[in-house]
Design a protein. Structure first.
Length: 72
């Protein structure tokens, strides 16, 4: 079965469920998912997004996968 052009794909990542920091914003939390996601409006534009949940809970934020680092 073909994957629809707008389907999101979850990707494996070494830091899943780990304490991470978004170096772009300084936000810290738990890496919940890495998704290959179509963010294009008029045409396809695929990016790899990291979903980070704040340590005290709340709404997850997204950032580029290249912006995450493990918190020591």
């Amino acid at each position: 079965m073909a994957i629809p052009h707008d389907a999101n794909e979850h990707l494996p990542h070494a830091l899943l469920n780990q304490h991470v920091r978004d170096i772009a914003s300084g936000t810290e939390g738990i890496l919940m998912a890495v998704v290959h996601q179509n963010v294009g409006v008029e045409r396809d534009r695929w990016v790899e997004l990291a979903y980070i949940r704040p340590l005290r809970g709340g709404r997850e934020t997204t950032t580029a996968v290249a912006n995450i680092e493990r918190v020591q």
